[in-house]
Design a protein around this ligand. Structure first.
Ligand SMILES: O=C(CO)[C@H](O)[C@H](O)COP(=O)(O)O
Ligand SMILES: [Co+2]
Length: 235
């Protein structure tokens, strides 16, 4: 797949028709399906678990990017992989032994990723860069869709991109939260690989039009707005 990728977050889909919604965003040009799993403990919201992922898996052949916002994810890694997760992303804040969980994910047969909250220094993931295949930088506090992008995360993405370049090992950068046509142009300066978008894809119902506008924003502005993150109105 040609990067950057667009990964619609089905948190913003109609949950009463989740299978059809997954099929619809695939037809509309999505690259991945982003699935938000919340436990009411690590984040103040509850969503879905392995049985629902297993049920919707058959509606799409796209990679399922499963974002675990759950405490001690090591308890459920094998269940999520069996349910159809191609990518399994755990929060660096959610597990005491996050390095071990990353090995567990790979052993279970999925690609491991690590997510970092807006309030956590990016240095927390630096020791994991030889082991993960993706870093998910949260640009809102996890738990809900439809929030505003937090501009201070841009600096973290800049540092992360530098570290990845220095190592020469492919580690994807994914950004999640408040991603839309206004925020993508700033992020594109750091060659973000995967844009997760819930509201920006599902709002209004024109999924194909929305995805195509996000793609244009990612391609059209790449490399042209350096150092404007602070002055950009990202709401
Ligand atoms: O992980 C998430 C929330 O915790 C979601 O993926 C994210 O919020 C997407 O929604 P939106 O694009 O509306 O911000
Ligand atoms: Co998410």
């Amino acid at each position: 797949m040609e990067k950057p990728l667009i990964a619609p977050s089905i948190l913003s889909a109609d949950f009463s028709r989740l299978g059809e919604e997954v099929r619809a965003v695939e037809s509309a040009g999505a690259d991945w399906i982003h699935v938000d799993v919340m436990d009411g403990h690590f984040v103040p919201n509850l969503t879905i678990g392995p049985p629902v992922i297993s049920a919707i898996r058959k509606y799409s052949t796209l990679p399922f990017d499963v974002h675990l916002m759950i405490a001690r994810p090591e308890r459920y890694v094998e269940d999520f992989v069996a349910a159809g997760a191609d990518w399994l992303v755990v929060h660096v804040e959610a597990s005491v032994h996050v390095h071990r969980v990353i090995q567990q994910i790979r052993k279970a047969g999925a690609r491991p990723g690590v997510a970092v909250n807006p309030g956590t220094p990016i240095s927390a993931i630096e020791p994991l860069l030889d082991d993960v295949d993706m870093v998910l930088v949260m640009s809102v506090n996890p738990g809900f869709g439809g929030q505003s992008f937090i501009p201070s995360v841009v600096r973290k993405i800049e540092v992360l991109r530098k570290w990845i370049k220095e190592r020469g090992r492919e580690v994807l950068i994914e950004v999640d939260g408040g991603v839309n046509e206004k925020t993508i142009p700033v992020l594109a300066n750091y060659d973000v690989d995967v844009y997760v978008a819930g509201t920006a894809v599902f709002a209004g119902g024109d999924y194909a039009g929305n995805i195509s506008r996000l793609r244009k924003a990612a391609a059209g502005f790449r490399g042209r707005l350096l150092n404007q993150a602070d002055s950009c109105d990202m709401d």
